[in-house]
Design a protein around this ligand. Structure first.
Ligand code: ADP
Length: 588
């Protein structure tokens, strides 16, 4: 055959993928060999790339060995069949009526070539084209070397036609079954790969997780992957060679082009480059395959949206199955699915990194606050100590006293900020309560009310307490919970006009301990309610900003409540008072 691809020798395709189907075919053609009276019978499948691949052959050993898995282009055979004698299913082409290069096809019997009419010539062609249910040519049955040495005459042809018809049905059914089995296998592999890809949160892991599933699903020998901008990796253990940089560049170029056209490419050193391909690139790819002892490589792009994100390349060794149309389609789908999974994994990685960076900033801020507060504490203590000494001096002028009183007020305020900053730092962790134990809130609330009653009374404010007897204890840290009560009651008194009223309740409710602190004070606007629990937030309401404060109290309250597994609620209206309600889980 003149245009057999590439080489002088017959080109070999690959073993069929399903051995049980192959065995079935083998018995069919053996039966034909028996009944039809021919020594050599073979079946070749029509492949998507326009080659015929011999699937099965029975006959003398040298014929079987020479013919096994040979590849031959289909077109010249079809051309020859145009001039064939039509024997029904079978088509006969006399040796001198075709231009097929039988030597290159694989095997010819060494029978005499100088034969009279009616005697079989080694280059005679007798074949039955086999069509699938959809009318597509899917295989060719070939007969060679009649046992009686004669070209079957008209009397034998009807019986031969019956055999060919029976064989045709059986071969077509077997090939269709193989196709179905392959589709089921691929669908299962695809589902497995997609499941693994979807479960993985990092791009690296996504590829690693899917590698074995891809290798198994595609029955590949080795697998290479590359994400754009990263090094290619042989993901599967059996992958023997890493592609050199110049080959990687070729892979990338192909992957981009393939993603644009939504296609995959198959490279096989034994087959010529398709005309659309760059010859040098194709040569680089096939050279790489030579190094890896692979017979063919399927390259599929990975992508998402308009972006090609990388590629996967799978190889099969000599004797591995051919890449089918269904496998090519599946590889493209896997490229899309993996591409999507990679894109979302990358997004997740970016977000994760961002969160980490934010966490680092938050940690730094918290560390800074703690350090500065600690550093301020010692000099403040000595300032306060010396102020007390100074204030006790009887010889001070009135002006000095006023100045010292102002310094005292300032340093008290500064001390409060420092203390609150330290508490804020200690309560930064939303979990991790150290030394938690049952805390009875009743005496604690009573003490705080007592502490506030002096300042409240001086302004004519009533502080009423309603503490349910036998309120369940809560599990927590007493001094932190004290901060909560002190802040809420202190604020209620602070932000209530003279002669106002503050009510503090403590009760059990549905497995919770509820502390309610209500006042009929200045209230909080809806806009401010969104922010009052933020650090350093102080209301812009003039009635509120008249009062001194740090804006840290409620931030600490919320942190402590949340650290104790509770929550805080606020109801308020400007000018109509506020109610803060803290719910903490009661100790079991
Ligand atoms: P501050 O040190 O300013 O009191 P807080 O964090 O305790 O800081 O409170 C934040 C802001 O919430 C206050 O500046 C005030 O505007 C408002 N606020 C808190 N409690 C009350 C209340 N009981 N009535 C009215 N406004 C309140």
């Amino acid at each position: 055959m003149t245009d057999a691809p590439g080489a002088e020798r017959p080109v070999r395709g690959s073993r069929w993928s399903d051995d049980s189907s192959r065995e079935a075919l083998q018995s069919i053609i053996e039966a034909i060999r028996e009944v039809a009276g021919f020594d050599v019978v073979g079946v070749s499948a029509v492949r998507d790339d326009g080659y015929l691949q011999l699937l099965c052959v029975v006959g003398p050993e040298d014929a079987r060995e020479t013919l096994a898995d040979t590849l031959a282009p289909l077109a010249p055979l079809l051309e020859a069949l145009e001039d064939a004698e039509d024997w029904g299913r079978l088509k006969y082409v006399r040796h001198d009526r075709h231009a097929l290069d039988i030597e290159r096809w694989g095997w010819t019997s060494d029978g005499p070539r100088d034969v009279p009419d009616g005697v079989w010539h080694p280059e005679d062609v007798l074949v039955a084209p086999l069509h699938g249910d959809d009318g597509r040519l899917i295989a060719v049955l070939g007969l060679d070397v009649p046992r009686d040495g004669l070209v079957p005459d008209e009397s034998k042809r009807p019986l031969l036609d019956v055999y060919a018809r029976q064989a045709s049905g059986a071969v077509v059914a077997t090939l269709e079954r193989e196709r179905m089995a392959e589709q089921v296998r691929l669908a299962a592999a695809a589902a497995d790969i997609v499941r693994r890809a979807a479960a993985s949160m990092s791009a690296e892991r996504t590829l690693a997780e899917c590698a074995t599933a891809i290798v198994d699903g595609f029955r590949a020998q080795a697998l290479w992957t590359q994400l754009v901008g990263e090094q290619p990796r042989a993901v599967h253990d059996d992958a023997p060679v890493a592609p050199p940089p110049e080959t990687v560049a070729v892979f990338e170029r192909y992957a981009r082009a393939l993603w644009e056209t939504q296609d995959v490419a198959v490279f096989a050193p034994d087959r010529p480059a398709p005309p659309s391909r760059d010859v040098a690139d194709h040569a680089a790819m096939t050279a790489f395959l030579g190094q890896t002892h692979a017979e063919s490589l399927l390259l599929a792009p990975l992508g998402s949206g308009p972006d090609c994100l990388g590629w996967i390349g799978m190889s099969r060794g000599h004797g591995g199955a051919e890449w089918s149309e269904a496998e090519a389609a599946m590889a493209l789908d896997i490229g899309r699915d993996l591409g999507r999974a990679l894109a979302s994994a990358r997004m997740f990685e970016r977000e994760h990194q961002l969160v980490q960076e934010l966490q680092e900033v938050a940690d730094y801020k918290s560390h800074l606050v703690a350090t500065v507060s600690h550093e301020l504490r010692t000099p403040l203590t000595s300032i306060v100590g010396y102020l007390e000494l100074l204030a006790g001096d009887p010889g001070l002028s009135e002006r000095s006293r006023t100045a010292i009183a102002a310094i005292e007020r300032g340093s008290t305020r500064l001390s409060r900020v420092v203390e609150e900053l330290l508490v804020l730092h200690h309560t930064a962790d939303a979990t991790g309560l150290d030394h938690a134990q049952p805390v009875d809130l009743s005496p604690l609330v009573a003490d705080i009310i007592e502490l506030n009653s002096g300042p409240a009374e001086s302004r004519g404010i009533t502080v009423a307490a309603s503490l349910q007897p036998s309120v369940a204890p809560v599990t927590g840290v007493a001094h932190e919970l004290e901060h909560v009560v002190a802040n809420l009651v202190g604020n209620a008194v602070k932000y209530t006009r003279d002669r106002g009223r503050v009510d503090v309740r403590l009760e059990n409710a549905d497995g919770e301990v509820v502390l309610t602190c209500s006042d009929d004070g200045i209230g909080i606007s809806d806009a401010d309610q969104q922010h009052v629990f933020e650090e350093f937030y102080r209301s812009t309401d003039p009635a509120a900003s008249q009062q001194s404060g740090t804006g840290l109290g409620l931030a600490i309250v919320r942190r402590v409540v949340e650290r104790h597994g509770g929550r805080i609620e606020l109801e308020s209206a400007l000018g109509a008072g506020s109610t803060f309600r803290v719910r903490l889980p009661a100790s079991a």
